[in-house]
Design a protein around this ligand. Structure first.
Ligand SMILES: [Zn+2]
Length: 391
């Protein structure tokens, strides 16, 4: 479990004086988990080969039913494939199970007192310490970039009642193992089964969400659920049909080259081509910085790759605010069709924002900030031309 040295991130080379400099927004120091770029150190690296130590644990009062590897198989190979597809092959995610059986914890589940998904609960700290102690004889923690703990699904409440799944990310005070800090660990409880019959296909998606935190991504859902970003990012909604990440997150994770991102910081009108975000290659993201902390992101979303439920392909426009913390709405998607009810009835997909995209002939305007984005047209391959005007 390396304490996640960021390594040779492509973003490491970016400086504030480069052409992309004005787009490297950052948050105040108090922000726990920010949308700022580059992501600070301490998180697991998100490009190249990433080794995910994956342990299946159970308890005397919640003994694992069936084989531990069946629990593993609820998440793999799907999670590995999900990352390969979303990252255009830049993240080679290798789940490893040096302990193939249930790892029995020394205390009962009840004794840990885990009642909610709060990573700083003392119960979690005791649990991580016990996991390390029980696994240590068979595991060299130095060989791994992150830890997945797949808890037997019969421990704790149903995910329909309370979602306990949680991630410690970039945790400076994490317990040590083999001389490295267990700083990036994702816990998955229960099953995300809503009874709609889609569990077999979609239930794994909680793990790429939790691992998103390990790579430094904040939660995009808020107290109001998915109303800020809808189904446009797995950090917003990880139940229901498959979805991808925002282009901003892909840039943050090092999955887009700087040549695929335009920083529209100069006044005047500029014209840009966007290729579908889920397809490899080509220009993907335009960012219009407003100040050192916020800006508008513009990208093209289509039904491709992990983006399974897009019902109105088009240009998605959203505001990113690096000063807003995880779970408080750091990203807000602009709805081109307010109060339309959306274009999907897919279960667990926030419907209203499903038709938020802008199509050729439509435009977005923020008069106060003097920003206008016009979708000027589309070619036969589905690429879109976007015109950006700013004061
Ligand atoms: Zn989360």
């Amino acid at each position: 479990m390396g304490s996640a040295t960021a390594g040779a991130r492509p973003l490491g080379a970016l400086s504030r004086s480069s052409a992309h400099g004005p787009c490297l927004i950052s948050g105040r120091a108090e922000v726990q988990m920010s949308e700022g770029i580059p992501t600070p150190g301490g998180y697991a690296r998100s490009t190249g080969t990433v080794r995910a130590l994956t342990l299946m644990i159970d308890f005397s009062d919640a003994p694992g039913k069936g084989r531990a590897l069946d629990r593993f198989n609820e998440f793999f190979p799907q999670t590995r494939e999900w990352f390969r597809t979303s990252s255009y092959g830049r993240l080679d995610y290798r789940p490893e199970t040096p302990i193939a059986d249930w790892l029995r914890m020394p205390k009962s589940f009840q004794a840990y007192g885990i009642e909610r998904g709060a990573p700083f609960d003392p119960g979690y700290r005791r649990l991580v310490q016990d996991i390390v102690a029980e696994a240590d004889p068979k595991v060299d923690f130095r060989e791994y970039d992150l830890l997945n703990v797949l808890v037997t699904p019969n421990a704790g409440p149903s995910a329909l009642d309370t979602v306990l799944s949680v991630t410690f990310a970039g945790n400076n005070e994490a317990p040590m193992a083999d001389g490295v800090s267990v700083a990036n660990a994702s816990f998955v409880y229960s099953r995300q089964d809503d009874g709609s019959g889609s569990y077999e296909k979609t239930g794994y998606r909680v793990l790429p969400h939790e691992n998103g935190h390990v790579f430094g991504l904040p939660d995009l859902y808020t107290q109001e659920g998915g109303a800020a970003v809808g189904h446009w990012d797995i950090m917003s909604e990880d139940w229901g049909a498959n979805n991808d990440l925002l282009g901003w997150h892909k840039w943050k994770l090092g999955w887009l080259d700087t040549t695929q991102v335009t920083c529209a910081s100069a006044p005047g009108t500029t014209e840009h081509t966007l290729t579908p975000l889920a397809r490899p290659g080509g220009p993907k993201l335009i960012f219009i910085p407003l100040d050192r902390h916020t800006g508008y992101a513009v990208e093209l979303r289509t039904r491709d790759g992990n983006d399974e439920t897009v019902c109105r392909p088009g240009v998605l426009i959203y505001k990113v605010d690096a000063d807003v913390d995880t779970g408080h709405g750091p990203v807000t998607v602009y709805d081109s069709r307010r109060d339309s009810g959306g274009c999907t009835r897919s279960p667990n997909v926030h419907a209203e924002l499903s038709d938020a995209t802008f199509t050729p002939g439509e435009s977005f305007e923020d008069r106060g900030r003097g920003v206008r984005v016009v979708v000027a047209g589309a070619d036969l391959e589905g690429n879109h031309v976007v015109r950006v005007t700013r004061r």
